[in-house]
Design a binder for this molecule. Structure first.
Ligand SMILES: [Zn+2]
Ligand SMILES: [Zn+2]
Length: 69
């Protein structure tokens, strides 16, 4: 019995292709649109959770080593 196998994929962003085409992504490992287009299904866009500023500050933290007095 397959009672509506609802996957919790709400948080998964559309893949690059679907995002660019502004079409619905089925969020499979290789989504239908990518299969049809015969391209690699990728999600390389930066996640919203980490802003560029945050990433920069993290890098800065790494770069600035504690200078022994
Ligand atoms: Zn897609
Ligand atoms: Zn795709």
């Amino acid at each position: 019995m397959s009672a509506s196998t609802r996957r919790e994929s709400a948080n998964i962003p559309a893949c690059d292709l679907c995002y660019e085409r502004k079409v619905k992504c089925d969020r499979e490992e290789t989504c239908e649109n990518c299969k049809l287009a015969q391209v690699e299904c990728r999600r390389t866009r930066p996640q919203r959770s980490l802003s560029v500023a945050e990433r920069l500050s993290k890098l800065e933290n790494k770069a600035t080593q504690p200078i022994p007095e």
